[in-house]
Write a protein that binds this ligand. Structure first.
Ligand SMILES: *Cc1c(COP(=O)(O)O)cnc(C)c1O
Length: 380
């Protein structure tokens, strides 16, 4: 039934208990589970030596095909992708510049970001030596604010696409303005897949580089990610990872992945692209509906299925509190779920401080355990 009938030996040995992850592809909760085909591919990759540069180029072609980009790379996660996107924008394929980072003397080194689009992950841009220059205010911006922020020191426009990250104008418009000034646009879309369309969406719009986490919705190794985009910029990112023949190790070195991870990632990506996305989605919807059905008619609560909202990752059972709710605070409810056995992690916050029970990582049968516990706590 669920994974909790049996604690995997490797975790038991370390004294760490598995949890039920109803909070999405949260890195701190383990990302996602890899399919058996992915694990088998990784095992097989571990049985032979290959030239890592050759393998990286070949893996890059798989990424390029899946994203519709000119070129691609498998990298060590979306944060690594962020570092490489910024580094590539600063140096291009100029080997002397690649060697020189994080010293940016003599290079354009400002990365523009909408002030309200700053994100806890954007520090990876500045580890390259770049500085982030904001345009607009927390509340908004007009296209002319972006236009006015561009100067001779601008290296890139960066855009973070994430839940509850609201931009005042569309990415297409940002791309149009940046490109009119010959400035590349780099996009962090780490957790935006699925929907599968998002693999090709930003490249189609004209983004120069886009990165995705491999171990979130794509189901690859958690220490892998994708980088896709223009050939020259991908070549630059490759130099930062390996800088072959220069005698120095570039700042992109921590972005490289092992042969096993690379093969796991490309296998997961191909399986993801070919998979029946509607069937997967329908399965999540059924699980969410189970929970919604079990939590009907609790005074003071409004429990609904949310499916397709841009800020929600897949179908979710969302629990809203009304004015006449007399039960425990939602913070307390989440804590009780966390403290139980098995520990159940659900999402919070969102639009109105609601509880969201996210299905994308809930294993078959676990929705029953979650509903049982929620009923205990909320009907209590
Ligand atoms: C998860 C996430 C990252 C980091 O991704 P990793 O693959 O864990 O490195 C970066 N940016 C955003 C918006 C994310 O959601």
């Amino acid at each position: 039934m669920s994974t909790h009938d049996r604690v995997p030996e490797v975790y038991a040995k370390l004294g760490v208990k598995p949890i039920i992850n109803a909070q999405s592809w949260i890195t701190m909760l383990g990302g996602s589970l890899m399919r058996p085909e992915v694990l088998r591919a990784m095992d097989e990759a571990a049985t032979a030596f290959v030239d890592l540069a050759d393998l990286t180029r070949a893996g890059g072609q798989v990424v390029a095909r899946a994203t519709g980009a000119e070129a691609g790379l498998v990298v060590a996660g979306a944060s690594a992708g962020n570092v490489l996107m910024a580094a590539a924008a600063l140096t291009g394929t100029d080997r002397a510049k690649v060697d020189q980072l994080p010293d940016t003397t003599g290079m354009t080194s400002e990365i523009l970001m909408f002030k309200g689009g700053r994100n806890s992950y954007d520090k990876s841009f500045i580890t390259t030596g770049a500085t982030i220059v904001e345009f607009g205010s927390m509340g908004g911006a007009q296209a002319y604010h972006l236009e006015a922020a561009i100067n001779e020191n601008t290296a890139a426009l960066a855009w973070v696409v994430a839940p509850f990250q609201n931009y005042p104008f569309p990415l297409e418009q940002g791309i149009e303005i940046a490109h009119a000034h010959n400035i590349p646009v780099i996009v962090d879309a780490a957790a935006e897949v699925p929907p599968a369309d998002n693999l090709t969406r930003f490249i189609k719009m004209g983004a120069d580089l886009v990165t995705y986490s491999g171990g979130k919705g794509i189901g690859g190794p958690q220490n892998a990610g994708l980088l896709a985009g223009k050939k020259e910029l991908i070549d630059a990112a490759f130099l930062h990872m390996f800088n072959l023949g220069s005698g120095t190790v570039g700042i992109g070195r921590p972005s490289k992945v092992t042969k096993e991870t690379l093969v796991g990632m490309t296998t997961a990506l191909e399986l993801f692209v070919e998979s029946d996305h509607e069937a997967t989605w329908a399965g999540w919807r059924d699980q969410a509906n189970h929970i919604v059905g079990r939590l009907k008619n609790i005074p003071g609560l409004h429990v609904v299925l949310e499916d397709g909202d841009i800020n929600r990752q897949g179908p979710q059972a969302v629990i809203y509190q009304e004015d006449d709710w007399r039960g425990p605070s939602f913070e307390d409810v989440r804590q009780q779920l966390t403290d139980g056995d098995p520990s159940i992690r659900v999402g919070g916050g969102g639009y109105k401080g609601e509880i969201n029970v996210v299905m994308v990582n809930v294993q078959p049968g676990e929705e029953v355990i979650i509903a049982d516990r929620l009923e205990d706590i909320l009907r209590g």
